[in-house]
Design a protein around this ligand. Structure first.
Ligand SMILES: C[S@@+](CC[C@H](N)C(=O)[O-])C[C@H]1O[C@@H](n2cnc3c(N)ncnc32)[C@H](O)[C@@H]1O
Length: 431
């Protein structure tokens, strides 16, 4: 029995996600899988994201039916079992024999022929069971759940976990409403999103197959991320310190068409991606380390969208919850503080810096800001409420309850509470 192209590609992407630190969401849009039919690509996405979202629950079921402990399995064998178990437990439309037989074939093709009998036996046993009860905290590492319970309380922690287990919606930003009509004609249905006037949620259809997407007349970007870019406001010179892949750079450049926007990125391949994705004529891309900026002048506006744990994006990037360790958080905090200290040196008098992350962890957010303000008396904190009210007056922000987006003077979106990824932002102004 041949292995279907969707299952073979899912196996390969899951292995690469485990072994290389690559993100599944990026691999799912790589050229390697671009030739799959829309139906196969849909199944591939379902399999990869499903296995990553429910990994601990799948592992529990596999362990219940296997003599060998999971830690003893080769990664190829464990990945095959997870893929098979996900199909059996979560996907109604796939018959048991197809899920089992293809998994056996997959493990043989992965040169683990000796495990074929065991894969067959374990999956057959899982196939006769019922779907596992998905309680609210299932499929998240305990240490993260405990952290969020401490930070947000038990109810909010539950809502975050539930949201993380759902399919993250595709949200787009369009400057011209005509694009929405064009998408409708191309079979892509959208509805207005919750926070921003120019944001729309895709209900049906493949946005990446449309002319408007190919011609860059729309951006695929979470609403929380769009909102952070809008907080940057206007200036003649703007620096985006950690800019790739460039979602926020594009919005900033669009809001400031007559300004110079410098977009910096550490990794040359990501800087190259940024150049490809952001075509605005007023953007200059530099591949450099923001801790040693090769720049001679200061800027009216600086955005530091810092590298972070990404715990606010688990619905889109579920692999993060299995990779991240508690001890990574203090390490990230010192890296963020280091970049922020340098970025502050590049803010002009009366200029502003927006610091943001897509992390839910206070160490990466409020603590970084408090340390920076304690170390540099030239800056003061601006209440994000003022900027959100400005955006409301400008008809960019359409949500009535602006207060719900605030935590003290900070912007704070929480997945499950807001229909977005979890973003934090602070605005600092130089005296
Ligand atoms: C959160 S992402 C930025 C996302 C981007 N602002 C957007 O909206 O598309 C952080 C980026 O910072 C880059 N980065 C990490 N360390 C850096 C450093 N020391 N200097 C410059 N860029 C860095 C990472 O490679 C990553 O591309």
């Amino acid at each position: 029995m041949p292995v279907s192209s969707a299952r073979a590609a899912a196996f390969e992407i899951l292995l690469r996600t485990e072994t290389t630190g690559a993100y599944a969401s990026e691999l799912l849009h790589s050229s390697r899988v671009a030739k799959l039919s829309p139906a196969d690509h849909g199944l591939l996405t379902e399999l990869v994201m499903g296995v990553l979202r429910w990994r601990s629950l799948l592992d529990k079921r596999i362990a219940e039916h296997s003599v060998q402990p999971l830690a003893k399995f080769d990664l190829e064998v464990l990945t095959t079992l997870r893929l098979g178990a996900y199909q059996l437990l979560f996907l109604d439309r796939i018959p048991t024999h197809a899920a089992v037989n293809e998994s056996v074939e997959l493990v043989k093709q992965a040169r683990k022929r000796s495990a074929a009998g065991m894969v067959n036996a374990v999956l057959r046993k899982i196939g006769t069971g019922t779907a596992p009860p998905a309680d609210d905290f299932s499929a998240h590492p305990q240490w993260l759940v405990e952290r969020w319970t401490k930070t947000f309380g038990v109810d909010v922690a539950k809502q975050i976990c539930v949201y993380d287990q759902t399919h993250a919606k595709t949200t787009i930003r369009v400057n011209d409403p005509v694009v929405i009509e064009e998408l409708q004609r191309d079979g892509v249905h959208t509805q207005p999103a919750s926070l921003l006037a120019k944001a729309f949620v895709v209900d049906a259809g493949d946005i990446t197959q449309t002319k408007a997407f190919r011609e860059r007349r729309l951006i695929i970007q979470d609403e929380g991320s769009q909102l952070v870019a809008l907080l940057v406001g206007n200036g003649n010179t703007i620096l985006d310190c950690c800019a790739a892949p460039g979602g926020k750079t594009r919005i900033i450049a669009g809001q400031n068409p007559d300004s110079v926007v410098v977009a910096m990125e550490l990794h040359p391949h990501r800087a190259a991606l940024l150049r490809k994705l952001v075509l605005a004529g007023n953007v200059r891309v530099i591949a450099a380390d923001a801790r040693q900026m090769p720049l001679a002048h200061k800027f009216d506006r600086v955005l530091l969208d810092a590298p972070c744990s990404g715990t606010g994006t688990l619905a889109r990037n579920p692999e993060i919850k299995w990779r991240l360790k508690a001890e990574d958080i203090p390490r990230l905090q010192s890296y963020q503080s280091e970049i922020l200290a340098v970025a502050m040196d590049y803010v002009a008098t009366n200029g502003r810096l927006v610091y943001s992350t897509c992390s839910l962890e206070p160490e990466e957010n409020v603590e970084v800001i408090e340390h920076a303000l304690a170390a540099n008396s030239e800056f003061r904190l601006i209440d994000c409420r003022i900027e959100l009210q400005r955006l409301r007056q400008d008809h960019e922000l359409v949500i009535d309850d602006v207060e719900s987006l605030l935590s003290g003077p900070y912007l704070r979106t929480i997945p499950g509470i807001h229909p977005t990824d979890g973003f934090f932002a602070a605005i600092l102004e130089k005296n």
